[in-house]
Design a protein. Structure first.
Length: 167
């Protein structure tokens, strides 16, 4: 597994991943396909972020064979880095997500970050297992979101990790 910084010509690959039912559901608790033009603006904005400013970078998660398995964001905030991840369903349960997060933590540490925080839906057992296996600990409830698929509100929680112990 390796991370490769996303390129403009890879937008279609990224868009197709965002349209997968599995990824769309776990992102916000619904099955709605994101509007292409909105996602394109977001994607190109991430690619144009200047080095050193607070920004979000997109990396494609590649298998050793070069297949795109998912994506990872590096969202550099003032005091921490958010490292959300999404894998296509056919690539789950192969250890790729844990490897990708470890690599993201290593990159953040190299940029001088010592704290990571991600926000996870309370009903997302797979993500909770993944991030806690990477050393994250559940923190405070951050907000409630409405899941159109579940037809109810779902709590979101912060999960934090000190990067020094990223190993």
């Amino acid at each position: 597994m390796y991370l490769e910084k996303a390129k403009l010509e890879e937008f279609e690959i990224y868009y197709q991943m965002k349209c997968e039912k599995y990824i769309a559901y776990w992102s916000q608790g619904n099955y709605e396909i994101p509007p292409r033009e909105n996602l394109y603006r977001f994607y190109t904005g991430c690619l144009q972020s200047a080095e050193g400013e607070q920004c979000k970078e997109i990396y494609l998660i590649k298998t050793d064979a070069g297949e795109t398995a998912g994506y990872l964001y590096m969202d550099y905030l003032e005091n921490s880095v958010d490292i959300p991840i999404a894998l296509c369903e056919r690539f789950t349960k192969k250890g790729l997500a844990k490897q990708a997060i470890s690599e993201g933590l290593r990159m953040a540490r190299e940029k001088g970050y010592s704290q990571s925080e991600v926000e996870i839906r309370a009903d997302n057992a797979a993500s909770i297992r993944l991030y806690t296996s990477c050393g994250y600990h559940r923190g405070k409830k951050t907000r409630e979101i409405y899941s159109s698929a579940l037809k109810q509100s779902v709590a979101m929680y912060a999960y934090q990790k000190k990067i020094e112990d990223a190993g």
